[in-house]
Design a protein. Structure first.
Length: 312
């Protein structure tokens, strides 16, 4: 990040956009309250605004100079809000329209990675009415079924046999009209946080249960987080891969790249989050702390990413 601010007054009045109407509303509320507290503790004139309609009304009325976007999921993380803010010429944190829209679409993200030779598990896009048996045959078992446009492990199932596939499809279809059926990579689950042009130390996630689901992410207290998740050249490799994958889909500012590392030691890219959680259980704050950046300075640095979006 090239531009640094030392006086909190230079940010102006900041809207912390949170809440909204997506399936991740409760996580966003938790994140927003934490961000607000940290910004205010740093002397920044920050205020919570719940959802996009209220935010746009306030911006058109001239109440805020910039936006700290912590709206998770649809609306806030898929390019919709970013397009509105660009039209209003209001600077905001995180990725722009392209990076937000593309990374929110798991299928298209993986198609980009696949096209440029980055490693990602085998996958197929599935819509209601498609030939399910053909899709399964191209992936095999075990597999993961997930909505293409959701986050926070919403609607995700692990499938090991034909007898479980229909229930997994029906669950994912509750959230999205396009699904992703993906090869399940057996191994370690890792994530790499991106801050500016830097990849922070990776985190290896060790859930108590079978995998890192919504409960393990936001509720359970027994999930283990090992940071850095790897050592030596393996850690260097996964950080470099995450930076490449992040920029390949047009992302910028800050975010998080999720990776599976197979038992054979091969990395496979899963997805990008452009507005990751900032809760007590969230991974970006854990990675930042490992790099010597506490939560308050982290929020400050994320807010500084809005400086790259100052309208001409």
């Amino acid at each position: 990040m090239n531009t640094r601010i030392t006086d909190p007054r230079m940010f102006g009045r900041v809207a912390v956009a949170y809440g909204g109407t997506s399936a991740e509303r409760e996580v966003s509320i938790n994140s927003g309250n934490n961000v607000l507290e940290a910004l205010r503790a740093s002397g920044i004139d920050a205020h919570l605004v719940d959802g996009i309609p209220a935010l746009l009304d306030a911006l058109r009325a001239g109440h805020y100079a910039r936006v700290f976007n912590i709206l998770h999921g649809r609306g806030g993380e898929d390019g919709m809000l970013q397009g509105a803010l660009d039209a209003l010429r209001v600077p905001y944190t995180g990725s722009g329209i392209l990076g937000s829209a593309l990374s929110m679409d798991k299928v298209r993200t993986k198609q980009v990675w696949q096209a440029i030779g980055l490693p990602t598990p085998r996958f197929v896009a599935y819509r209601p009415g498609d030939d399910l048996q053909t899709a399964i045959a191209s992936i095999g078992y075990p597999a993961i079924v997930k909505p293409s446009h959701e986050g926070s492990s919403v609607g995700i199932s692990r499938v090991f046999a034909d007898s479980d596939m229909q229930a997994a499809i029906e669950l994912a279809e509750c959230y999205d009209g396009e699904l992703l059926i993906e090869q399940l990579i057996e191994g370690a689950e890792l994530t790499v946080a991106i801050l500016g042009d830097t990849a922070l130390p990776s985190i290896r996630i060790v859930p108590k249960g079978e995998y890192y689901d919504y409960h393990a992410k936001y509720i359970a207290e027994d999930t283990q987080y090992l940071c850095p998740g790897l050592e030596g050249s393996a850690e260097d490799e996964i950080r470099a891969l995450a930076l490449t994958a992040f920029s390949a889909v047009g992302c910028s500012g800050w975010g998080r790249v999720d990776v599976m590392r197979s038992n054979a030691g091969d990395n496979f890219l899963l997805e990008v989050n452009t507005t990751p959680g900032m809760t007590s259980h969230s991974l970006v704050p854990k990675a930042a702390r490992s790099a010597g950046i506490e939560f308050g300075p982290l929020c400050w640095q994320i807010l500084e990413t809005s400086l790259a979006r100052i309208p001409r």
